[in-house]
Structure formats: structure tokens, C-alpha cells
Design a protein around this ligand. Structure first.
Ligand SMILES: Nc1ncnc2c1ncn2[C@@H]1O[C@H](COP(=O)(O)OP(=O)(O)OP(=O)(O)O)[C@@H](O)[C@H]1O
Length: 364
């Protein structure tokens, strides 16, 4: 049964096309007023889940409840959700005002009420005075604001966002993230946002739901998921894609790591992993300042093979006895320079390694 006050409840949802299973038993309960981002690799089923909630796709099994009401067999127009798309999906032959008022007209609102609401919405999306403009004369950012206004005009309890920012240029995109988030917090609707962009998900959402091959593999506050990914796949997806193979041994509360080339480290406070393991870390979570002997840190000697300057910090490719890694650092270093990659223990994500030919992992 859905909890009292759950805005969206998805229960054992299964969706497939032909023989392909796309969503494989999704369970998800979303509190009213929360902003949830659905993240995952291409093809994992994010859009399918969003479109199932909207009512554009019929599930094979399971239920979808909106505000406690079972809408599994209800058409999209009667679900009370609104959707915003990457492609704007505005009517090109209509003015801004008619686009925004379209849903209200379908709902039988009077002309005067529509005009009042359209004015309110134009103020809300910071486009007062644009009502009579043709949408074809607007910039991409303005079109997306009109699309947002049209979605919000009908006071949807749930707004579904299908990568609405990915067609916008970088600057507008950053501004729109904050505008949508601020409006969501002010008005208090529930938002579910599909995006490929991890940073966009982190800054907009108060909950990340990570999908992999049609299943939810991690669900939590953005900061928690980012800092404590629960699998190598989630770690890599969230940017911790430098990977080292190691052997772990517990010694009291410490973890003793042995890497190829005789590299060893003793670190505290990591998960209870023992045996063959994978160490994941982010390029921006380390330094190139050698601090050998410092306690809680894995130090790997290497040499700079390539460098670039994407802005802010330098990005180095460093060759080491245990692999080649990308590392960011504030200082300019020459190609060929000998360095030590220092990875602080809290930035090291340690996972038991599983797979054919790998001995069983003993987890405490
Ligand atoms: N109409 C369809 N017929 C057959 N297969 C489909 C159909 N729509 C989607 N799929 C398949 O379902 C899987 C999930 O697609 P979906 O669009 O939900 O993924 P996604 O996570 O949103 O991917 P992306 O990030 O690339 O947009 C994919 O393998 C896709 O090829």
C-alpha cells in the first residue's frame, strides 16, 4: 500500500518491448514536493520509466499510483501530470500566450481566467510582455521557459522533465537549472527529472535514483550517493572512473592494500572488503603533491604523460606501475615529470571484485 501522502508510488513495475525487458520490477515511492533525478547509462530505462508515469507506455505488470490513486490503466490526459521535453514541443503556429493557455482551454477554462493565468505564468517564468510573440521568434532558452510555463499553467502536482535542458547552450542551461529548482521549491510541486548530466542531477535534485539495466541500483541524497557509490558501475557513472586492481586485507579497523609493483597502503574507515578488490577514485579528488608516509592516503608514483588545461585546474594523464590515470592539479607540471598521486582514504571507493576466475570475496 502507498504511504499516506506519497505523490508517486511505483510498485513492481515491469515494462518491455517484444522479448526485451526494459523495466524489471521497479519499486519507488516519491514524497510530495521532492525533486527526484533519474540517472543512468544510455538505454537503462530512464525515459521508459518517465513515460510510464506519464501514461504513454502501458506496463506489463505492476502499478503506478499518483497521489494515492491507481492510474495504471488511466490515459495520460487524466493523470494530472505535465511533461517538459528536450524538443520544447511547442505549437509553432501559436503565440506564446496560446501555447501557455492550451492546456487550460482543453480543461474548459473561460477566456478571462486563461488570460489571467497566462499573465501570472509569464511573470513566473520571467517573460512578461511576451504573450503576443510567435514562439518561432524566440531563443532556445525563451522557448524552454514557455514550455515550462505551459507545463506549470495547469498546476500539475507532478512535473515530468525529459532532459529539457540538453538542447540549450551551456550558460542558459546553468541558469535554467536554478530557475526550475527555485520555482519547484516555491510552488512545491513534485518533479521527476531524466538527465544524462550528473552535475545537473546533483544541483537540481534532492534525491538521485540510479538505474542500471531496468533496475534501481542506488537511491539516496545526491551527496550520499556521490560520496558513497554502492557499486563499481555507480562509482564510474558518477565520475570515479580511475580504477586500480588491488588485494585487501583487514588488520583491526584498518585496511591494508597491496597493489602491483610492491605499492602498499594502510587506510582506515573503508568498507569491510577483503581479497581482490577494485579501487575507484575521481580525477579531482587527489593531489600530485607527494606526501609519502602520511597516514590515510594511498600514494602511487608515476610520470606525467600528457597534460591539458580545461580551465581552473590542469588535467594530467599519469602513467604508473598500476595503470594510467587522469588527475587534476592546481599546479603546472611538465610532461615527463616524476610525481606521486596521493589519494586520500575518504576519496577511495573500495569494492570487492567479482567475476569469473576471481576467488570468492569474504565481506565482514
Ligand atoms: N519503442 C521501443 N521499441 C523497442 N525498444 C525500445 C523502445 N523504446 C525504448 N526501447 C529500448 O528500451 C531500452 C530503454 O530505453 P530508454 O529510452 O528508456 O533508455 P534511457 O535510459 O532513457 O536511454 P537514453 O539515456 O539513451 O535516452 C533501450 O534498450 C531501448 O532501445
Amino acid at each position: 500500500m502507498p504511504q499516506q501522502g506519497t505523490a508517486v508510488a511505483i510498485e513492481r513495475l515491469e515494462v518491455g518491448y517484444g522479448r526485451t525487458v526494459v523495466l524489471d520490477g521497479i519499486d519507488l515511492a516519491i514524497e510530495p514536493g521532492s525533486f527526484v533525478a533519474l540517472l543512468g547509462a544510455s538505454g537503462c530505462g530512464k525515459t521508459t520509466l518517465l513515460r510510464s508515469i506519464a501514461g504513454f507506455i502501458a506496463p506489463r505488470a505492476g502499478r503506478i499510483l499518483l497521489g494515492g490513486r491507481d492510474v495504471t490503466g488511466t490515459g495520460p490526459e487524466r493523470r494530472g501530470t505535465a511533461m517538459m521535453f528536450q524538443s520544447y514541443a511547442l505549437w509553432p503556429h501559436m503565440t506564446v500566450a496560446r501555447n501557455i493557455g492550451y492546456g487550460l482551454k482543453l480543461r474548459g477554462w473561460s477566456r478571462a481566467d486563461i488570460a489571467r493565468r497566462v499573465d501570472e505564468i509569464l511573470t513566473l517564468v520571467e517573460m512578461p510582455g511576451f504573450g503576443d510573440r510567435s514562439v518561432t521568434t524566440l531563443s532556445g532558452g525563451q522557448r524552454q521557459r514557455v514550455a515550462l510555463g505551459r507545463a506549470l499553467a495547469v498546476h500539475p502536482p507532478v512535473l515530468l522533465l525529459d532532459e529539457p535542458l540538453s538542447n540549450l547552450d551551456a550558460k542558459i542551461r546553468l541558469a535554467m537549472r536554478h530557475e526550475i529548482r527555485a520555482l519547484q521549491q516555491r510552488i512545491g510541486f513534485t518533479a521527476i527529472h531524466v538527465t544524462h548530466d550528473q552535475e545537473e542531477a546533483m544541483v537540481m535534485a534532492d534525491r538521485l535514483v540510479i538505474l542500471e539495466a531496468g533496475r534501481i541500483v542506488q537511491d539516496g541524497r545526491p551527496e550520499d550517493v556521490y560520496r558513497r557509490p554502492n557499486s563499481p558501475t555507480v562509482a564510474s557513472f558518477l565520475g570515479a572512473d580511475n580504477v586500480i586492481e588491488a588485494e585487501a586485507r583487514r588488520d583491526g579497523t584498518d585496511l591494508v592494500l597491496s597493489l602491483a609493483g610492491g605499492i602498499r597502503a594502510r587506510i582506515a574507515g573503508t568498507p569491510p572488503v577483503e581479497g581482490p578488490c577494485l579501487l575507484h577514485f575521481r580525477a579531482n579528488a587527489v593531489t600530485l603533491a607527494a606526501r609519502e608516509g602520511r597516514g590515510d592516503c594511498l600514494a602511487i608514483p608515476g610520470r606525467i604523460e600528457q597534460s591539458s588545461y580545461p580551465g581552473g585546474r590542469y588535467r594530467y594523464q599519469v602513467g604508473t606501475p598500476v595503470g594510467r590515470f587522469f588527475v587534476d592539479d592546481a599546479y603546472r607540471l611538465d610532461d615527463g615529470a616524476a610525481v606521486t598521486i596521493a589519494i586520500p582514504a575518504p576519496s577511495l571507493h573500495v569494492f570487492a571484485r567479482s567475476g569469473p576466475g576471481v576467488p570468492a570475496i569474504r565481506a565482514a
